[in-house]
Ligand binder design. Sequence first.
Ligand SMILES: [Zn+2]
Length: 493
Amino acid sequence: MKKFICTATVLILVATCCVALVACQTNKLKEATRYGDDYTIVCSYDSEAHIISAEQTVKLVNRSENSFDAVKFHIYANQYRQDAQNPVVPNVYRTKAYPHGDSFGDISFDNVKVNGASVAFVVEGEDCDVLSVPVEGGLFPDKSVTIEMTYQVQLADVCHRLGYNDNTVNLGNWYPILCHVDNGNYTSSPYYNVGDPFVSETANYNVSLTLPQNYLVAATGDLQDATNNGETVTYTYKANAVRDFALVLSDKFTKISKTVDGIAVNYYYYADAEPENSLDTACGMVEYLNKNVGKYPYAQYSVAETEFCYGGMEYPNLAMITSGSASYREAVAHETAHQWFYGIVGNDQIANAWMDEGLSEYLTYMYMDSTGEMPLSRSMLACTKTYVTYVDVLTRFYEDVDRSMRPINVYKNDNEYVVFTYVKGSLMFHTVYETVGAAKFWKSLQTYFDQAQFTVAPSSQLIECFAATCGDEAGAIFTNFVEGKEVIGKVTD
Ligand SMILES: [Zn+2]
């Protein structure tokens, strides 16, 4: 996600939230595809009632060492309910998220089958956000199961990851997705309204969507077919080894495209007065990261202008960019960096949001430096001022200020999350960069990207990649920043 930071003063700080290499990459994509579970979703969009009706089949293998009595899915769409204990939008963003007043949505299931037989599924979790599907006799390690479900997603009128608005229909985190298995158990974290509160493994998707003919669709995956049914059209997509599947629909979209390093980069827009510049930013960032970090392994990448209460939101092969935001092109670069870190290389975005947010933000600053738009030194000076001033303000109100980089649900509020994840995260990567130099910094990042792609990498893996290339000092910098023992500037009066 992209949050915007006004660095003038934290008191008004507003978060608006290569040939051999190619062959190797292709092999890793194939390996991840073989390893991944398979989702097939056949759905349609009712543009009058704002309802997605879907039939979904998931073929999965229990790759843990534990046996399970039930398979668990996150059903984030239920967090938009009127009676949700934890609303998806914090109060401070409600006005922007709900321009037409309160609106609600949910997901309801008609039928769930396991290996062809209907089962008594249970909606559970802290906030009715987990679907538990019992498996008779248990699901043992290395055994597979096929789960079919039919459901309807009622969309809310909300400028958020999932919902419809005046210009677009955002379909992020919209379908039941397997809960991440960590240490042999399903994780069932609720859909926090701070940060990007989800973790998922890469999987393979076949998705077909039927909708009115006047809509254009920006989506994860590669378009396989478009069938004209008269008043409707059915788009069929295939996406291998991606960790989610999202779409943005609009009857106002115009699409422009360019090819970069063999990758089709598409831009869907409706109000952007300088669409070519936005597309060029996406293409430039793809080129920059291909060259410096590692090759994007998919065939296409789409950027979509949309309505959203923060600056933007990343999904595999797809970025949502908030229409009219002041730092629009910066958001395009930031969400594009997420294609590498979050998308290709995954991390636990709840426990260690700095791994993708801090790095994507820092890579955006580096890219802007490379294009001459903004010197890196100036960006880092602004970050330093923001962080030091924020900590200074906190010390005026609290005796003990926790300067560690914490899980997203532990921060006191959204501002603290932004300062410690994006701002301090950028300062952390910059401190490493300044200490070890450009050559070792990029080599470390390339090693991390190469080793961790298509996985959910622990923070220790990132730190060890830098320590192995740059020495223990680099590892210590990460550890000190994460634990809140770093020294950045001076707290001034
Ligand atoms: Zn982000």
